[in-house]
Design a protein around this ligand. Structure first.
Ligand SMILES: Cc1cc2nc3c(=O)[nH]c(=O)nc-3n(C[C@H](O)[C@H](O)[C@H](O)COP(=O)(O)OP(=O)(O)OC[C@H]3O[C@@H](n4cnc5c(N)ncnc54)[C@H](O)[C@@H]3O)c2cc1C
Length: 464
């Protein structure tokens, strides 16, 4: 092992590898502290050629490699196992914007670029890169593609997969596949880039990306609403999408409990409305400055009893304040205590029924569970999380947590949903993927893994 590590260090050169335990520590721990691993070294390559050389050495020595971006992932996919034999390849030094083409509405970047920097590069030429999520100041565009990240603008622009034009990937044997294209149409054979998007580092290391840019949507209006039922939120979403076609950018559902956690744990966030209503919606609509279409729609909804109360941001600073409430939920949950996370997708039309039934089943089967629900409801994506009383620890916590997850995942299956909407599988959901997937689907995944990584050196133990 030591000889292999020395060869790997020599590829990246002095200053571009880490073995010091203290410096390694943040890269061995999942950001919520639920998983701790060990690694022989973390390598910081500066270009694609170095990544290729690293994988050639790892393939010949059968050394396992864990690709790592900003380590903001939710499923433990970027953390090595506890053996101490795995090597982390962190792409943070590969942070060059390679090309921005305003006329082609495209951008090409190294995979290690931080998402916020990609957004800024697009803004500089009057364009927008719409992928946006809470971790955008730390996560990397390569990590975003590797997890097929979603975020707050999926409703209007799609997930990372929909935003990708091409990828550059280093395969398990060190081969570089230059799939960087900035074309909108390309039917020359299989669409190979799709294999790597959402593969969580198990099929190749993404070293470059080509993504779509969009016109600046102009004036965005942001509103925070209180509602009596989730059914009203779903009906309101359909109405807004019909009356303001292609304008609704984001539509987030927040439960009373999620909002009360923010009030309790994040003191510098001011709640826009009283936290006593059952449900809240935070929405972004792109409409011209002079238009009062949003005010009229909201007033009509209030008059019909669809919306109980509403706040409209008057300027960008107020809109940011409203979004801070939404972006603070994960941190507030963390401060509340150890939670049970479910990032699920449900057909939007069945969401109200799902929420009622999930709550009913949990009350009967795991009465200790305290659901904390919020999510990108415009995409049918719910974070149906739960807490258990703080007194429950260790094996007792794990036993009840499994029961909560079983209740939720079984119901997800019944309504034709997915156990992973945007966070991926990693290690935390690997067994659930095996349990809840169609056997033929699972076998196809294994066949692909075997074909692309026969020695199983790319992020072994993750996804499948
Ligand atoms: C506050 C907060 C809010 C979040 N909100 C959202 C949200 O709304 N929507 C959402 O989808 N996610 C969200 N996330 C999760 C996370 O930010 C995304 O999953 C993100 O895409 C991960 O990027 P990363 O660079 O941090 O990847 P990492 O965490 O480093 O890695 C994630 C996975 O991708 C693999 N990987 C990373 N880089 C590469 C690469 N270059 N090539 C191949 N494999 C690679 C890793 O091996 C691992 O399996 C949030 C996270 C935080 C902290």
């Amino acid at each position: 092992m030591n000889a292999t590590v020395d060869r790997l260090k020599a590829i990246v050169g002095p200053g571009a590898w880490v073995t010091d335990p203290e410096a390694l520590q943040p890269h061995l721990t999942e950001w919520r502290g639920r998983l701790h691993g060990s690694a022989s070294v973390m390598l910081l390559p500066k270009n694609t050629a170095e990544v290729a050389e690293i994988l050639r050495v790892c393939a010949s020595t059968r050394t396992a490699v864990v690709p790592q971006g900003g380590n903001t992932g939710m499923c433990g996919g970027a953390i090595p196992d506890e053996s101490g034999t795995q090597v982390i390849v962190n792409l943070r030094r590969m942070n060059r914007i390679r090309q921005v083409d305003a006329l082609n509405f495209s951008l090409v970047a190294d995979a290690g670029c931080v998402l916020a920097d990609v957004q800024a590069a697009a803004r500089e030429v009057g364009r927008m890169f719409p992928l946006s999520l809470g971790g955008e100041g730390s996560c990397q565009i390569g990590g975003n593609l590797a997890t097929n990240a979603g975020g707050i603008n999926v409703l209007r622009y799609g997930t990372a997969r929909d935003l990708t034009l091409g990828v550059e990937v280093v395969l398990a044997d060190g081969t570089i596949w230059d799939g960087i294209r900035t074309l909108r149409k390309n039917t020359a054979g299989y669409d190979l880039k799709q294999l790597f998007i959402g593969s969580e580092g198990t099929l190749g290391i993404i070293t470059g990306v080509a993504v779509k840019l969009f016109p600046d949507p102009g004036h965005i209006r942001t509103a925070f609403l209180a509602l009596a039922t989730a059914q009203q939120a779903i009906e309101l979403l359909a109405e807004f999408r019909t009356r303001l076609p292609e304008s609704v950018q984001a539509f987030e559902l927040i439960s009373k409990r999620a909002l009360s956690y923010v009030a309790r744990h994040i003191p510098d966030v001011r709640l826009p409305l009283d936290d006593g209503y059952p449900w809240y919606v935070l929405l972004d609509v792109a409409i011209p400055d002079q238009s009062d279409a949003l005010e009229r729609l909201l007033q009509a909804a209030i008059d019909r009893g669809m919306v109980t109360d509403a706040v409209l941001a008057k300027n960008v600073a107020e809109a940011e304040q409203l979004w801070r409430v939404r972006h603070s939920i994960s941190e507030a949950e963390k401060r509340e205590g150890r939670g049970i996370k479910h990032d699920i997708a449900v057909p939007i039309g069945r969401m109200p029924e799902f929420l009622v039934e999930a709550s009913r089943r949990l009350t009967v089967q795991v009465p200790e569970a305290i659901p904390v629900v919020f999510g990108h409801v415009g995409d049918g994506n719910l974070h149906y999380n739960a807490h258990l009383p703080a007194a429950l620890q260790g094996a007792e916590f794990d036993r009840l947590a499994l029961r909560v997850t079983t209740v939720i995942y079984e119901l997800v299956q019944e309504v034709g949903g997915s156990i992973s909407a945007e966070h991926g599988i990693g290690v935390f959901k690997r067994d659930a993927l095996a349990q809840y997937s169609d056997p033929a689907e699972l076998q196809l995944m294994r066949t692909l893994k075997q074909a692309l990584d026969p020695a199983n050196i790319l992020n072994p133990g993750k996804v499948i």
